[in-house]
Design a protein around this ligand. Structure first.
Ligand SMILES: [Zn+2]
Length: 165
């Protein structure tokens, strides 16, 4: 129980700092409010897994971008904590089992949902909330953001807030 509380506390702290970083960046620059001035070069995002119990490799270009933008993608290697996040854009029907296992083990996670998921699986979204998981916005249509203009990006993100799915 104590470990779960630490995990939940840490997720909340990471969320708080992530929001703080976003807000700080918004204060520091108006560039972030206009996607047309940002690079739309596509960069693969992923991790290079290993079998030696070390943290995965994020790739040098991703590390550079994260560092420049004060982003956080990986925790302290000395700490024995993991953070579970689930992309509901490609959930492939595993979510009910994932929720069951998390509940059995009293573990909280973060689920990032799309409009399609909320419209087709409202009971699972309710279960996530009722079980105390974090439910985050993963855009309306799970599109590739570099392909969109500012208005389209705003629509993809903000229509969740307006409840206009
Ligand atoms: Zn995704």
């Amino acid at each position: 129980m104590k470990k779960i509380r630490y995990l939940l506390l840490f997720v909340l702290i990471v969320t708080f700092f992530s929001i703080s970083i976003i807000l700080k960046n918004m204060e520091d620059s108006t560039i972030l409010s206009n996607a047309n001035t940002l690079s739309n070069k596509k960069i693969g995002w992923g991790i290079k897994r290993n079998n030696n119990h070390e943290q995965p490799d994020l790739g040098s270009e991703n590390i550079k971008i994260l560092t420049e933008n004060h982003g956080i993608a990986i925790g302290n290697s000395e700490s024995k904590k993991i953070y579970l996040t689930f992309d509901e854009g490609y959930e492939a029907g595993y979510t009910p089992e994932i929720l069951k296992v998390l509940k059995q083990n009293r573990v909280k996670a973060a689920f990032f949902i799309t409009a399609h998921f909320v419209n087709t699986e409202p009971d699972l979204v309710k279960e996530m909330i009722d079980e105390g998981h974090i439910v985050g916005n993963h855009t309306i249509n799970h599109k590739s953001m570099p392909d969109l203009n500012s208005e389209q990006i705003k629509s993809e993100v903000m229509r969740f807030a307006s409840n206009n799915l």
